[in-house]
Ligand binder design. Structure first.
Ligand SMILES: *Cc1c(COP(=O)(O)O)cnc(C)c1O
Length: 355
């Protein structure tokens, strides 16, 4: 008799990064490729984060702070009205999403707009939850009414990537608030705000206040994007005390390692510098979008550190720029281009000239 596994796991495939060989080459800096595939920041961690790491290195023989107090403290001071008991931490925001979905009752379903972040469906499946994908509008927008119409008695959570990966479209805080108010109180609204630092619309900000007001709203954020710490795997969230208490019950002990704790705390403390980097990315995003427009390419105006453009990856690859192919993201014939540093963005723009 062979081992038997839960049959709902059969459709899941192990994560295989597209164009792995090219990406590996780009990471090594070989063959002159630049890697704009994964929405990472093109700069290294802030000097403050590097200094904190150097200081922590000799303590690597010790377990890290299990409660992650210093990072929680920085998150509290950056989010007015919150206390330690409102803060979630995790091994990347991915782990926080996992922990949140571990809390809800089975059987059950999670609802999210689609196309969006592929992890939502795979976590749901892993945990025995059904996924319901609600299409974006023809203008690639998240449609709150459509999410609400999809809610059933089995719905346990609604996840909104805000701004949405891969489109860069978003809901304003008023729209999020209206969605939260219209949802049944027993449905968790998870706002995945991985790209929140790059949003230029002032009508977007303040979601943490909503999470503090309403028990069923949670914000999830990450150090992987604007903070440039994707390699250390650390994220945080803001939730009501009851949700936060339950997340802490299921969280793996020591899931946030020492390096992640010290680097993320130092980076959070250097808020002005992170904001300056995000502003740079926003300016470069405009420059790339202008270039797409001049090249008569259809693109979706983005509030993230990436732009989805209606052309295949080949045009970029000719300029040795690796971008994410749209097909596995639900956008066949499109490419998702991460905003890089000025030199990398110059390469993107020059590649268009060769079209
Ligand atoms: C990049 C990204 C994340 C970040 O995940 P981490 O586990 O924090 O690295 C989360 N959500 C979305 C939608 C993303 O694009």
């Amino acid at each position: 008799m062979p081992l038997n596994f839960r049959s709902e796991l059969d459709p899941l495939s192990p994560y295989r990064p597209p164009r792995a060989a090219n990406e590996a080459a780009a990471e090594r800096g070989a063959e002159g490729y630049v890697k704009l595939t994964s929405n990472e920041l093109s700069f290294g961690p802030l000097p403050e984060a590097e200094a904190a790491l150097a200081e922590a290195l000799p303590r690597a023989n010790r377990y890290p702070d299990r409660y992650v107090a210093s990072l929680r403290e920085e998150v509290v001071s950056a989010n007015s009205g919150s206390t330690f008991e409102n803060i979630l931490v995790g091994n990347g925001s991915s782990e926080i999403l996992l922990n949140l979905l571990q809390l809800v009752e089975r059987p059950g379903e999670v609802i999210f707009p689609w196309p969006s972040f592929g992890l939502y469906a795979s976590i749901g499946t892993t945990l025995g939850l059904k996924s319901t994908k609600v299409p974006l509008t023809d203008d690639h927008e998240i449609e709150p009414e459509a999410l609400l119409s999809a809610v059933t008695d089995d719905t346990r959570a609604v996840i909104v990537s805000n701004p949405n990966n891969p489109t860069g479209t978003y809901l304003t805080l008023d729209e999020v608030r209206a969605l939260a108010e219209a949802l049944p109180d027993n449905v968790l609204l998870i706002l995945d705000e991985a790209y929140q630092e790059f949003v230029s619309d002032p009508a977007y900000s303040g979601s943490h206040e909503l999470a503090l007001e309403r028990e069923n709203v949670v914000c999830v954020r990450t150090f992987s994007k604007a903070h440039g710490l994707a390699g250390f795997r650390v994220g945080y969230g803001i939730a009501g005390q009851r949700v936060a208490d339950y997340v802490e019950r299921v969280r793996f002990p020591f899931s946030v390692n020492l390096a992640a704790q010290v680097a993320a705390s130092a980076s959070m403390r250097a808020r002005d510098e992170i904001e300056a980097r995000a502003r740079f990315v926003m300016g470069e995003r405009d420059r790339i979008q202008d270039a797409f427009r001049e090249a008569s390419l259809n693109y979706i105006p983005s509030q993230g550190n990436f732009v989805l453009v209606h052309t295949g990856p080949e045009i970029f690859e000719r300029g040795r720029v690796l971008v994410r192919e749209g097909d596995p993201l639900g956008y066949p014939g499109w490419s998702r281009v991460t905003v890089g540093d000025s030199g990398e963005n110059d390469r993107v723009i020059r590649a268009l000239g060769g079209a």
